[in-house]
Design a protein around this ligand. Structure first.
Ligand code: GTP
Length: 316
């Protein structure tokens, strides 16, 4: 179970819709407060909302099943209005905080009520400590786009220090995020990575695959989860100066996939070439896409594609 919490308007439903229901950032402006003005009809089937339940009159949790690597995860988006928050901690404590594997707590960086936000966060941690002490905890300092560019690291650093301190004895990992750039993908990739079974095996297979295709310098292999296009694993031979480039690729391909679906086409594969590299994005296993970047452009595409096809069975 994945628990998504934070105060009303922090951006929980927006990020969930972008990552799991193929929303684009612009559309999230039309989202109402979770369960308050519940009017999600414009989402169509994309929202994949399977069950909305009100545990008590003023407690609302949107319970969705999201697919990730073929696993079905229970994602509980807990409406952040104050009355709901109070209730989660009182009557619904056992219901909500039991069997939590991952807690994602979203803070609005522009919030004027930091003390109150911290109070709710700490109350939430107490409930986690009692009911799911092994849960992994992630804090997202969200809406960073609203902070001036040169202030972002400073603001984030200060919040991170405070959250790490307040979280003790539990450990928390913090990310700065915004729905308007690739930071959202970076954070969610790292979080979902924690839920991948046999991740070591996956990584060693990927390293071996890279060796087999060609041990030349400057190449890289990436695995994307099929439904979300989040990067789940990568292996590269040379570090690159743009640390967000994988998340940018997630974002770009996802937008492209959406454009394809608008004209009723399905995205299967893509090849991009210039004089310096050739990049291949291919459907790989039943739950992943692979991206292979070759720096030797003289290698025929067919050869790389055969290698990709042959590698498939080792990853299923
Ligand atoms: P409740 O459902 O009431 O708990 O709120 P919520 O946390 O689900 O917030 P929601 O996703 O509904 O977002 C509230 C508003 O914040 C929407 O208008 C979003 O477009 C906006 N928003 C979400 N993420 C960001 C972000 O990264 N940057 C900016 N500038 N606005 C954002």
């Amino acid at each position: 179970q994945v628990l998504l919490m934070g105060k009303s308007g922090a951006g929980k439903t927006s990020m969930r819709s972008i990552i799991f229901a193929n929303y684009i950032a612009r559309d999230t402006r039309r989202l109402g407060a979770t369960s308050k003005n519940f009017n999600h009809t414009f989402m169509g089937s994309a929202a994949k909302k399977t069950h909305l339940f009100s545990i008590a009159d003023n407690v609302d949790v949107e319970h969705t099943h999201v697919r990730f690597l073929g696993l079905v995860l229970n994602l509980w988006d807990c409406g952040g209005q104050e009355a709901f928050m109070e209730n989660y901690f009182a009557s619904q404590r056992d219901n909500i905080f039991r069997n939590v594997e991952v807690l994602i707590y979203v803070f609005d960086v522009e919030s004027r009520e930091i003390e109150r936000d911290m109070h709710y966060y700490q109350t939430c941690l107490e409930a986690i400590l009692q009911n799911s002490p092994n849960a992994k905890i992630f804090c997202l300092i969200h809406k960073m786009d609203l902070v001036q560019d040169d202030q972002r690291d400073i603001v984030f650093g200060a919040r991170e220090d405070e959250l790490v301190r307040l979280s003790k004895p539990l450990e928390c990992t913090c990310f700065k995020t915004s729905i308007w750039d690739e930071t959202l993908y970076k954070a969610w990739s790292s979080i979902m990575y924690q839920l991948i079974p046999n991740v070591q095996e996956l990584e060693s297979n990927l390293a071996r695959f890279l060796e087999i295709i060609n041990a030349d310098e400057g190449k890289c292999v990436l695995l994307f989860e099929k439904a979300t296009f989040l990067v789940i694993s990568h292996n590269e031979r040379r570090a690159h100066k743009d640390i967000h480039r994988f998340e940018k690729i997630s974002n770009i391909i996802k937008q492209f996939k959406l454009s394809c679906s608008k004209v009723a086409a399905t995205f299967n594969s893509m090849e991009v070439r210039n004089s310096q590299f050739a990049a291949f994005i291919e459907m790989f296993t039943s739950n992943t896409y692979v991206m292979v970047i070759m720096s030797d452009t003289s290698i025929p595409s067919e050869l790389t594609l055969i290698n990709i096809r042959n590698a498939r069975k080792h990853f299923e």
